[in-house]
Design a protein around this ligand. Structure first.
Ligand SMILES: Nc1nc2c(ncn2[C@@H]2O[C@H](COP(=O)(O)OP(=O)(O)OP(=O)(O)O)[C@@H](O)[C@H]2O)c(=O)[nH]1
Length: 240
C-alpha cells in the first residue's frame, strides 16, 4: 500500500515534471534545456560585462576629450584677450620679440603700429560701456579683415592695439594702417547711434638693425602721440 502510494507519488512527480526520469535523473530533453539555460545565462553575463566595459570605455574617452578641450581653452585664455578675441598683451609682446629676431636674421623689413581708439572715454561716458565694448569688438574684426595673414594684432591696453607687420617697409605699413583707419566710420554706421563717431590715431615705426622691442615701441608711441596732438584720426610715421 505504502509502496504503491510511493510509486504513485513518484510517477505523479515524474509526470508533473516530465523532464525528470522516474529516478530523478534529468532526461536528455531536460539536459538540453538546462544546457540552453546555462548558455543563455552565460550569454547574458557576457552581454552585461561587454556593456559595462563599453560604458566605462565611453566614459573614459569622454573624460579624456573633455580634459583635452579644457586644456586647450586654458591655453587659449592665457594668450587671448577675452573681450576682443585678439592676442593679449603678453602674447603679442612675445611674438614681437620673435618676429624682430627673425626679421634681423633674415635681413627683412619689419614695421609695427600702435593704434589707439580716439575719445574712447567719451564714447563710454556718452553711450555706455556696452557700446564701448562693441566698438572694441568691431575694431578687432575690422582689423582682422584688413590685415594680411602674415601680420599680427594684439590688444596691449584698454583701447590700444599693437600691429606687427613682418616683411613690410615703412611706406607699406603706412598704407595698410590708412586702409584700416578709413574703415572706422563703418563701425559707427554698424552701431548706428546718434552722433557716434569712431576714429583711430596710429603711430607707425619700421625697424633698423640695432632696434629692440622697447626702442621700437617708444618710437611708435611718440608717433602716436603726435597723431593725437595733430588732431587725431590720422596715421603718423616715426622720425628716423
Ligand atoms: N568699454 C570699455 N572701456 C574700457 C575698457 N578698458 C578700458 N576702458 C576705458 O577706456 C577709457 C580710455 O580712456 P583714455 O585713456 O582717456 O583715452 P581716450 O578717451 O580714448 O582719449 P584719447 O586717447 O586721448 O583720444 C577709460 O575710460 C577706461 O575706463 C574695456 O574693456 N571696455
Amino acid at each position: 500500500m505504502f509502496k504503491s502510494s510511493a510509486n504513485s507519488a513518484q510517477s505523479t512527480s515524474a509526470q508533473s515534471t516530465p523532464h525528470l526520469l522516474a529516478d530523478k535523473t534529468p532526461s536528455p530533453v531536460a539536459m538540453t534545456s538546462l544546457a540552453t539555460e546555462d548558455k543563455h545565462g552565460a550569454n547574458s553575463h557576457i552581454l552585461v560585462v561587454t556593456l559595462t566595459a563599453g560604458s566605462v570605455c565611453l566614459l573614459l574617452m569622454l573624460l579624456f576629450f573633455r580634459s583635452v578641450k579644457y586644456k586647450r581653452q586654458l591655453a587659449l585664455s592665457a594668450t587671448t584677450d577675452a573681450l576682443t578675441g585678439l592676442t593679449n598683451r603678453r602674447r603679442i609682446l612675445e611674438e614681437f620679440d620673435a618676429e624682430l629676431l627673425r626679421s634681423k636674421a633674415n635681413g627683412l623689413a619689419f614695421s609695427v603700429a600702435l593704434i589707439d581708439v580716439d575719445w574712447f572715454k567719451q564714447i563710454n561716458e556718452k553711450y555706455g560701456l556696452f557700446t564701448g565694448n562693441k566698438v572694441l569688438r568691431l575694431f578687432a574684426s575690422t582689423s582682422k579683415d584688413i590685415l594680411r595673414h602674415t601680420d599680427f594684432i594684439g590688444r596691449i591696453s584698454d583701447e590700444q592695439f599693437l600691429v606687427l607687420m613682418p616683411n613690410t617697409s615703412n611706406n607699406e605699413a603706412f598704407q595698410v594702417m590708412e586702409n584700416l583707419r578709413l574703415k572706422m566710420p563703418e563701425i559707427a554706421e554698424e552701431i548706428d547711434l546718434p552722433n557716434l563717431v569712431v576714429s583711430t590715431s596710429i603711430g607707425i615705426c619700421h625697424c633698423v638693425p640695432n632696434d629692440n622691442v622697447e626702442s621700437i615701441l617708444q618710437l611708435a608711441n611718440s608717433a602716436l602721440y603726435r597723431a593725437k596732438q595733430n588732431g587725431r584720426d590720422q596715421s603718423v610715421a616715426c622720425d628716423r
